[in-house]
Design a binder for this molecule. Structure first.
Ligand SMILES: Cc1cc2nc3c(=O)[nH]c(=O)nc-3n(C[C@H](O)[C@H](O)[C@H](O)COP(=O)(O)OP(=O)(O)OC[C@H]3O[C@@H](n4cnc5c(N)ncnc54)[C@H](O)[C@@H]3O)c2cc1C
Length: 364
């Protein structure tokens, strides 16, 4: 008999398991249908001994000292600031678009003071910004939109930016200075020995039992438990009774190359060419020294594991129907990206899980 069943051993499940086991001393069973812990952040050494991320590149960044302090109980850190280049018109230029991007693409010598008016001359006046296309075209104009965003977004989402909600591109800022860091958060680092080692440390407790390759649909009948944390897909929990929540997926091609370095930065985006979106090279993130290098190429796809909720209003409406059902469930907490049908970064999921713990700790 367990006090808690936790479905999913990703960030949401692992944080809650750790808190319930160590802070409240309760007996917790964590299950995952995959063969490993860590959820999408799972990393492992491949056969050449290079650390890579099975579900695509995961860069940790946050502005929350509370989240850093919490995770630092389970890992040391390797400082790393992510940089991304985009291959545009045959050149590799920084993304987010900054002063160097514009100067390099157009052969200009603009200063940080001049760049805002250069953008303003090109930006289109769109009074009612509704779509992703509107966001970009109204900030940097149509030409940069077509070079950097249109093709990338079509590949990533299988839809034209004019059909996608503005929230999708609201995440990509432009800069008028030379800052070429992909993220500007105050804390940017990788777990020193990898994510999986960090998860192992979080789940290391005599009160926690882990069962892998165990699906909730099978376990729910065979295990006795008091309460539950569910971090799987919310529509699946209710047997898709209102229909399936749509997701965009990815296929990852992992390769190890007989060279020490493949590309100049951690990630290169391909907005104009190829049918993949980007290539990431792990040694940039991890600082690992090795004569070979491992890269991952990402091919967006309509089929496969659920990765990105598709941000359209009809999908949000469908999610709200499931959310209403979830509120009626007794002794079940729905936490994490799949149960809340929202793209969250890792730090946000840790924050969500810690907040859930505080709330339930007050209630019960
Ligand atoms: C390609 C990609 C790149 C990303 N890069 C970054 C990044 O650079 N930085 C960042 O901060 N975030 C990144 N993220 C987001 C990050 O992956 C998530 O924030 C994080 O994984 C969410 O944790 P979670 O616990 O909510 O979900 P997950 O990690 O998905 O964990 C949920 C777990 O539940 C299990 N599960 C589901 N249903 C069942 C069931 N019925 N029975 C048993 N187990 C079940 C799943 O197998 C899974 O392991 C990226 C995401 C993707 C897809």
């Amino acid at each position: 008999m367990y006090n808690w069943l936790i479905v999913g051993a990703g960030f949401a499940g692992a944080v809650l398991a750790e808190r319930l086991a160590n802070e409240r001393g309760e007996r917790v069973l964590v299950i995952d249908r995959r063969a490993h812990i860590g959820g999408n952040a799972y990393d492992e050494l491949n056969e050449d001994g290079i650390l890579y991320h099975k579900y695509g590149p995961h860069l940790f960044h946050t502005n929350s000292q509370q989240i850093v302090d919490y995770l630092s109980r389970f890992t040391e850190w390797h400082p790393y600031e992510h940089r991304v280049l985009a291959e545009v018109d045959g050149k590799l230029v920084p993304i987010p678009i900054n002063l160097d991007t514009v100067n390099s693409l157009y052969g200009l010598n603009l200063t940080p003071e001049e760049l805002p008016s250069w953008f303003a001359e090109r930006a289109e006046n769109i009074p009612d910004i509704r779509t992703s296309e509107d966001v970009v075209v109204s900030t940097v104009g149509r030409e940069l939109y077509e070079k950097f965003f249109r093709g990338y977004t079509r590949k990533q989402w299988g839809m034209d930016p004019s059909q996608l909600d503005k929230s999708v591109t609201a995440r990509i800022p432009t800069r008028t200075n030379r800052d070429d860091r992909y993220f500007t958060d105050t804390f940017q680092a990788m777990p020193k020995y990898g994510y999986t080692k960090m998860f192992e440390a979080m789940l290391e407790s005599p009160n926690i039992e882990i069962r892998l390759e165990a699906d909730f649909r099978d376990v729910r009948r065979s295990v006795e438990f008091g309460r539950m944390i569910y971090t799987g897909p919310i529509d699946e929990y209710f047997d898709h009774c209102y229909g399936k929540l749509p997701y965009r997926s990815l296929r990852f091609k992992h390769e190890t190359l007989e060279t020490a370095q493949h590309q100049p930065v951690g990630t290169v985006n391909y907005p104009q060419t190829n049918d993949f979106t980007r290539i990431s090279e792990y040694k940039h993130f991890t600082g690992q020294q090795h004569p070979k290098t491992t890269i991952t190429t990402e091919y967006p796809s309509a089929e496969g594991d659920p990765y990105y909720p598709i941000p359209r209003s009809e999908n949000a409406d469908l999610f709200r129907r499931y959310e209403a059902r979830a509120r009626e469930e007794k002794n079940v907490w729905f936490v994490g990206r799949l149960a809340t049908y929202k793209y969250y970064n890792m730090d946000q999921i840790v924050g969500q899980a810690l907040a859930t713990f505080r709330k339930l700790n007050e209630q019960i």
